[in-house]
Design a binder for this molecule. Structure first.
Ligand SMILES: *Cc1c(COP(=O)(O)O)cnc(C)c1O
Length: 452
């Protein structure tokens, strides 16, 4: 174990952190428990946590807590630390930038790293056309701005989002988000002119992509009218909603309809972006070229940064001063993003995401052969999920899902659930995890399932 100094027992984070699962106390252990007790007193109750620990270091495929427990990380802080926690390139870039300058406000006095990130996003996002980018702080803020831009460009107001969609926790993005608990309940009224239609959920709707698209488009035409519609926003693979992969032909049909009707098609790639799905962006899997793409999460290895990237003529619709924010494109976050993008492009992380996806789908598929409660296994790359069901009826089994997740947590595996019906376990490991830890994490899940 790498120690910060001789007197400290806190290991340094990053890839040199010992790559092992080691649970030496009940979770939480006494030190974490003391901090969590202070959390309960000091932090608003609405800010919940799923893992009862207080973290002191992380890197590779593990997270270490204050009691010395070393946990397998299958969540990446919700798809954020894809390059690995405390990645050396990122840590060095952040330290160097922090010593240079920490903030000027890009709208007051610009700097090069913001422009570098914009150029990288314009180059990396799908679509061989002139693009521009604006940077923000969070995924929700990026989504809000994508809608602002689409409305200004089209002169229209309505926005279509989909069943099972998740786009954030601000007012407009709550309106776009489908799930009431915990995201929306009691927090209304929500922003107007947001309409929801069914998308494509092959495991549950049994429709082809063309059929699902026709169903959505008919509803849009009849209930809203294309002339009133500024934008359609969708996650190419829905994240919080349950890692729902649309049937082939669905997304391209929706894109084609948008293009024919002057509607801005926005792909929310906040969770799917940056090598996560085994491609740089999930839109590539489906062969679509969105008009606008929102990014955040994996972009800067944990520093708060988000982007809207898209067709130059749409991005330029907003008047000077109409877009921005005090912190958007902060120089330290931009330095982190440039280091992370370097790692995505040059350290084989897209291939690594594909390998992780193969391990997860093979292992989970083998478990499913003897356990029909695993109703569906789906996803791409290092974004894989299992939907748990009652094998007799196919009904979602949220209780089983919660029990399995709880057992994994107790055994030192950070595991995340999702899904509109709460019956999905999702795997979002850092791309820096080794096969041994990944397999051990799945072993823990398999044992938990036997006991559940
Ligand atoms: C997480 C997420 C958001 C919101 O991002 P924040 O940074 O939490 O505001 C938006 N869209 C999708 C698809 C997400 O997964």
């Amino acid at each position: 174990m790498t120690l910060i100094d001789e007197t400290s027992t806190i290991p340094a984070g990053g890839p040199t952190l010992e790559q092992v699962r080691r649970v030496v106390t009940d979770l939480p252990g006494p030190r974490s428990a003391a901090i969590l007790a202070r959390k309960a007193e000091a932090v608003a109750a609405g800010v919940a946590h799923s893992m009862p620990v207080s973290v002191v270091a992380a890197g590779g495929g593990v997270v270490v807590d204050a009691d010395g427990n070393s946990l397998i990380d299958l969540g990446s802080g919700i798809a954020v630390t894809s390059v690995g926690n405390a990645h050396p390139k990122v840590a060095a870039a952040v330290a160097a930038q922090a010593a240079q300058f920490t903030h000027t406000c890009f709208m007051v006095s610009p700097y090069e790293s913001y422009v570098d990130v914009a150029e990288a996003l314009n180059r990396l996002t799908p679509g061989d056309f002139a693009k521009k980018t604006a940077l923000f702080n969070s995924g929700a803020e990026a989504v809000e701005n994508a809608i602002k831009i689409a409305r200004k460009h089209t002169g229209r107001q309505a926005v279509v989002a989909f069943d099972h969609g998740y786009h954030g926790r601000t007012n407009l993005t709550m309106a776009l988000t489908a799930k009431s608990m915990p995201y929306k309940s009691g927090f209304g009224p929500f922003a107007p002119e947001v309409y929801r239609v069914p998308g494509s959920y092959p495991y549950r709707d049994g429709l082809t992509g063309a059929e699902a698209a026709a169903r959505a488009i008919t509803l849009i035409e009849k209930q809203i009218g294309a002339d009133n519609l500024a934008a359609v926003i969708i996650e190419p693979i829905q994240g919080e909603g349950g890692f729902i992969v649309p049937a082939d032909g669905f997304l391209d049909a929706v894109v084609a309809w948008c293009r024919a009707n002057g509607v801005v098609f926005i792909a929310d790639e906040v969770q799917t972006g940056f090598a996560r799905t085994g491609t740089m962006f999930a839109s590539e899997i489906f062969g679509i070229e969105p008009d606008l793409i929102t990014t955040a999460k994996g972009i800067a290895a944990g520093l708060p940064l988000a982007g809207v990237t898209g067709r130059a003529e749409i991005m330029d619709a907003a008047h000077a001063g109409g877009l921005g924010g005090t912190y958007g494109g902060n120089p330290i976050a931009c330095a982190a993003a440039l280091a992370a993008i370097d790692a995505f492009e040059n350290d084989g992380l897209i291939e690594r995401a594909q390998q992780i996806g193969a391990v997860l789908t093979d292992r989970l598929g083998a478990i499913r052969e003897n356990d029909p409660r695993l109703g569906d296994i789906r996803g791409h790359g290092a974004m894989i999920a299992v939907e748990f069901v009652d094998p007799e009826t196919g009904a979602p089994d949220a209780a089983l899902t919660a029990a399995v997740a709880k057992a994994c947590v107790a055994e030192g595996v950070i595991i995340l659930t999702c899904g509109t019906f709460g019956n999905v376990i999702r795997f979002l490991p850092p791309l820096s995890i080794g096969d041994d830890l990944l397999n051990e994490g799945i072993d823990v899940l398999a044992t938990a399932l036997q006991g559940a």
